[in-house]
Design a protein around this ligand. Structure first.
Ligand code: GLC
Length: 595
């Protein structure tokens, strides 16, 4: 008999008052290179997306988030922006962007675009001007240029490493015409937290702030519903750029901080725990988002700012979504949670506690363009954050197990009140491509780590639309910028449409029920019977009706509690030995309503 009271079991009650659309929205991430190709060059583009938007309307999502399509040399697949106000010819034209927005509006879909404010491309006109103008110029002051250390400036200004591997500094050639200069690169150094082709902007410079605000207005005026803000935790660096003996990687944030050195600035965190590094999550970022909040508030229609911030712990992340800052932040703690009932319950409860405390909706996400797809991640021997990419010689995921768990994880996620993010292709149950040849890889993380990290190409493979078409209908010519695994034929969208039990039909049904039952704005309490179970995550959510969401993560069937009748399940349900009690098999989620 459980001794838990009702108050112990209640995890979340929705905020009072008017709920803007984004509080409960399901938002679908389109990665433009890989969604659909209109012009046949094998790389996805805006007309390709527009032509396939009806797939998203039929899926039942509320909004689309587009990864960058701006002018860019594509050194980091468009996260290296050379012109924030232009569309790269690879993806189309500004008129194509307008046409996409118009078609989305017709279909009732909102559109969020990516904003990359931490760095530009080294091919941005500002960076070219900075190189030309030389040390001490106002042009250099838009970026983070410093003199090097050592006798001749040959040492980088500090010991920071790039997130993609290697040093975070690159030296430029300033005194090329100085007679007898013994060094090829003999000038200042510039900071790049990512690739050397992504120089960091200096957010202490008012000109940088004014320019990016203007970019916000440029896209708001064109009718976008909001922005996903790239590396939102990185814009402001600690004063003096102090050394930090740690490595920061994409998925887990800071790791290996030198917390044995009492002088290490890394130790001086407000929490006093193995702290955040001096390049991330500095107090100054919040002022920027307060300014942006005001800019968006000038526009009608509840525009939204979404933080991509790999910040830990959840309570710290919630500071980005205080009432006058951003509206949402990706919940990466949920994404990296192991497939383990107590840990999932813990991250769910903590997420609500932290976000409810600041009045923000909690978000949920399982996959994106930077992580191993959850249909593969959950089939690895060790679930949880997963490696940065998988190669042919690495331990391979169990595909069947991964897909079963992925479907269960998705149904669990979509039952949770709040807003959820889907990554293109997860509705098809796509696995990671884990056997990409090295020659095909393009992610700078692969090259900058000498292949130690396989990188993110495996989750970016062009989508399969048509089972029988060349390139599975991704492109009219059959070309695809990364090879598709042949097994994807069965997973093509047309092959799954109308097929009972297909992953696509499961997503459609779940999204239909979620909207109809108002689950996104519901309250949420643990099921008393399972509240401390080592094997089961189960909760009751109350929107327009009461729904029990139950996931079995154990190794034996679990009975569906009496008084509930199944609405949808991530896999076939079973009958108990007495012939009538419904059972939920291992790695399965069910939604049920009261009888
Ligand atoms: C973000 C993006 C990632 C990119 C990085 C640098 O984390 O999601 O794809 O490489 O920022 O812009």
């Amino acid at each position: 008999m459980s001794t838990l009271t009702r108050a112990d079991l209640t995890v979340h009650t929705p905020a009072q008052g008017r709920a803007p659309w984004w509080r409960q929205a399901v938002i679908y991430q389109v990665y433009p290179r890989s969604f659909a190709d209109g012009d046949g060059d094998g790389i996805g583009d805006l007309p390709g997306i527009t032509a396939r938007l009806d797939h998203l309307a039929a899926l039942g999502v509320d909004a689309v988030w587009l990864s960058p399509f701006y002018r860019s040399p594509q050194a980091d697949a468009g996260y290296d922006v050379a012109d924030y106000r232009a569309v790269d010819p690879l993806f189309g034209t500004l008129a194509d962007a307008d046409a996409l927005l118009a078609r989305a509006r017709e279909l009732g879909l909102r559109v969020i675009v990516d904003l990359v404010p931490n760095h530009t491309s080294d091919e941005h006109e500002w960076f070219a001007a900075a190189l030309a103008a030389g040390p001490g110029s106002p042009e250099r002051a838009r970026y983070i240029f410093r003199e090097g250390g050592g006798e001749t400036g040959e040492e980088p200004p500090n010991n920071w490493e790039s997130v993609f591997g290697g040093p975070a500094w690159t030296r430029v050639r300033d005194r090329a015409d100085a007679p007898g200069s013994p060094w090829a690169e003999d000038g200042q150094w510039y900071l790049h937290l990512f690739d050397s082709k992504q120089p960091d902007l200096d957010w202490g410079n008012p000109e940088v702030r004014a320019e990016l605000e203007d970019v916000l207005r440029f896209w708001l005026d064109r009718g976008v519903d909001g922005f996903r803000v790239d590396v939102a935790h990185g814009l402001v660096k600690a004063p003096g750029l102090p050394d930090w003996a740690g490595h920061v990687s994409m998925v887990e944030g800071a790791e290996d901080a030198d917390d044995t050195d009492p002088e290490s600035p890394a130790l001086r965190s407000p929490e006093g725990h193995h702290a955040h590094p001096p390049m991330f999550d500095q107090e100054g970022v919040h002022e920027i988002y307060r300014d942006w909040h005001r800019v968006l508030a000038e526009y009608p229609g509840d525009r939204v700012l979404v933080a991509e911030a790999w910040v830990d712990p959840i309570e710290r992340l919630a500071r980005y979504v205080r009432a006058d800052e951003m509206h949402q932040a990706f919940n990466f703690a949920f994404l990296v949670s192991p497939w383990h009932a107590p840990e999932l319950r813990d991250v769910i409860a903590r997420s609500y506690r932290a976000n409810d405390a600041v009045g923000a909706p909690t978000t949920w996400v399982l996959s994106n363009h930077d992580v191993v797809r959850h249909a593969s991640r959950l089939g690895l021997a060790r679930t949880g954050k997963g490696p940065n990419g998988i190669g042919a010689t690495d331990p391979q995921p169990d595909a069947e197990l991964g897909l079963r768990r992925a479907r269960a994880a998705t149904l669990l996620m979509l039952g949770l009140p709040g807003s959820a993010y889907l990554y293109q292709g997860e509705e098809l149950g796509l696995p990671e491509h884990t056997e990409l040849p090295d020659e095909a890889r393009q992610d700078p993380a692969f090259f900058r780590t000498g292949g130690v990290e396989r990188g993110r190409d495996g989750c970016r493979v062009p989508l399969p639309w048509e089972q029988d078409a060349p390139g599975f209908g991704f492109s009219p010519t059959g070309r695809t910028w990364l090879p598709q695994p042949p097994e994807w034929a069965d997973l093509a969208a047309d092959a799954q449409t109308g097929r009972p039990g297909s992953t696509l039909e499961l997503y459609r049904e779940a999204l239909r029920l979620r909207a109809g039952l108002g689950l996104g704005l519901g309250s949420m309490s643990w099921s008393a019977e399972h509240a401390t179970s080592p094997d089961v995550v189960a909760f009751v959510t109350t929107g327009a009706a009461e729904v029990l969401v139950l996931t079995n993560l154990g190794d034996a069937d679990v009975a569906l509690p009496g008084g509930w009748s199944a609405l949808v399940a991530s896999g076939p349900l079973g009958s108990g030995t007495d012939g009538d009690a419904v059972t939920v098999p291992v790695d399965t989620t069910v939604w049920a309503r009261r009888i």
